[in-house]
Design a protein around this ligand. Structure first.
Ligand code: 13P
Ligand code: SF4
Length: 359
C-alpha cells in the first residue's frame, strides 16, 4: 500500500443560513419540568436504559425525551441516530439507529418532512444529498470528524492528475465536495466490496489510511491511500488489547476497521458498528471488548444484559456534541439547517447512490 501526502490543510464543512424556521415556523419551548405525567409517559423508555443511566439522572433526561418525542410528531420529523450516540438519544428519541450505511439507506427512503441527524456533520450532509427536498437539521453544526476534515475536493482533483485513470473511492466520512469529485463512496460495511466492484488493479481510497490498509490485507487490488485517520480509533494499540486477553483468555475483542491493522490483527472480529452489534447479539459472548467509540458499549449493553462489557473509554468529541437539549432546540427553532448546493449535491449523490445500489 502507498500513502499520499496532503496538498492542503483541512477545511470545515460550510453550513449556510437557515430558511427552515421560515418554512416550518418556530414553536414555543416546551415545559421541561419533571412531573408525574412525564414520569408516567417515559417509564417504558427508562426500562430500556436503566442498566446504563442511574435513576438519579433520569429526571434530567425525561422531560427532554417527552418534549422531543411530542415535537417530532408535530413536525413530521424523524431522528436518525448513529450507533455512537449516547444511550438516552439512541434508546429514547431515535426513530432509526444504525451504522453509516444503514442511516444513508433510511435517509433515501424516509417520507418524513424533516430529518434530525443524531450524528456528525458528514452524516447530515449525506442525508441532505440523498433527500434534497427534505429539511435536514443537525443539532450542532460543529460536530465534525477528523477523517472528513482531512481531505478536500481540491485534493481529489490533484489525485486525479497524479494518478490518471485510477478510480477513487471516498469513505462516507467525507464532505459533499469530496463525494462530488470521486467515483464511488464506501462505508466500513462495504469497503472491500466497493473496491473489488471497480475491476481495476489499482484503487485510490480516501481519507482513512487504516481502513485502506485493512482493505488492502484482504484483496489483490493495489490500494493507494490518503493519510487521514480517525482520532478515536487511531489511539488503540495491540499491546493494550493483548493485556486484556492475558487477564481473561476467553474475552472476545471486536474492532472497527478504522483501527490500525496491527490492532485488527489481534482481534477476533472486525466490522462496521452495525456488524459489531450484530456479532454481540447473535453470539452472546460472556465477555467482550468493543474496540471503538465507547458510547456504543452502553447502547449494546442495554440490549444484551447477559454479556459482560469491558469498557476502555475512547469518546468521539464530535459525536458527543449532540445532546438531548440541542435536539430539542433543533426541533423548536428548526436549526441548524444543512444546506448543500443542488448542483454539487447531484454530483455527490451519484457517488453515494452507486454505493447503495451495489448489492
Ligand atoms: P460506521 O459506518 O461503521 O457506523 O462508522 C462510522 C464512523 O464514523 C465510525 O467512526
Ligand atoms: Fe469521525 Fe472518528 Fe468520530 Fe467516527 S469516531 S465520527 S470517524 S472522528
Amino acid at each position: 500500500m502507498q500513502c499520499v501526502l496532503p496538498s492542503q490543510l483541512p477545511a470545515a464543512a460550510p453550513v449556510g443560513p437557515s430558511p427552515a424556521s421560515l418554512r416550518h415556523g418556530v414553536v414555543a419551548m416546551p415545559n421541561l419540568a419533571w412531573t408525574p405525567e412525564v414520569a408516567r409517559e417515559t417509564a417504558h423508555l427508562y426500562e430500556k436504559v436503566k442498566s446504563v443511566i442511574p435513576p438519579i439522572e433520569w429526571p434530567f433526561h425525561a422531560p427532554y425525551v417527552k418534549a422531543i418525542n411530542d415535537l417530532k410528531r408535530e413536525r413530521n420529523a424523524v431522528i436518525l441516530a448513529h450507533n455512537y450516540q449516547t444511550p438516552e438519544i439512541y434508546n429514547c428519541v431515535a426513530d432509526v439507529v444504525g451504522d453509516s450505511l444503514q442511516l444513508a439507506r433510511v435517509a433515501s427512503a424516509s417520507d418524513a418532512e424533516v430529518i434530525v441527524q443524531g450524528g456528525v456533520h458528514f452524516m447530515a450532509e449525506t442525508s441532505k444529498i440523498l433527500s434534497p427536498d427534505k429539511t435536514v437539521l443537525i443539532p450542532d453544526a460543529k460536530a465534525g470528524c477528523s477523517l472528513a476534515s482531512s481531505v478536500t475536493g481540491a485534493d481529489i482533483r490533484a489525485l486525479r492528475r497524479q494518478y490518471p485513470g485510477v478510480p477513487i473511492v471516498a469513505y462516507v466520512n467525507t464532505s459533499a465536495e469530496v463525494k462530488a469529485e470521486v467515483d464511488i463512496c464506501c462505508t466500513s460495511a462495504n469497503a472491500l466490496k466497493v473496491v473489488e466492484s471497480l475491476r481495476s488493479d489499482r484503487v485510490i481510497m480516501v481519507p482513512d489510511r487504516f481502513l485502506a490498509a485493512n482493505v488492502a490485507r484482504q484483496t489483490r487490488v493495489k490500494i493507494i491511500a490518503w493519510h487521514g485517520a480517525c482520532e478515536v480509533h487511531e489511539r488503540f494499540t495491540p499491546e493494550e488489547l493483548l493485556r486484556y486477553r492475558e487477564d481473561d483468555p476467553s474475552i472476545k475483542l471486536i474492532a472497527h476497521p478504522e483501527c490500525p491493522p496491527e490492532v485488527v490483527e489481534v482481534c477476533d472480529f472486525s466490522g462496521s458498528t452495525a456488524a459489531m452489534i450484530d456479532y454481540v447479539k447473535t453470539r452472546q459472548p460472556s465477555r467482550v471488548l468493543l474496540v471503538t467509540e465507547c458510547s456504543m458499549a452502553d447502547n449494546v449493553a442495554a440490549e444484551n444484559p447477559g454479556v459482560n462489557f469491558v469498557r476502555p473509554c475512547n469518546l468521539c468529541p464530535h459525536m458527543k456534541r449532540i445532546t438531548l437539549p440541542k435536539i430539542l432546540d433543533s426541533l423548536v427553532h428548526m436549526r441548524e439547517e444543512v444546506v448543500v448546493d443542488p448542483a454539487l449535491a447531484a454530483r455527490a449523490r451519484r457517488s453515494v447512490e452507486r454505493m447503495i445500489e451495489l448489492k
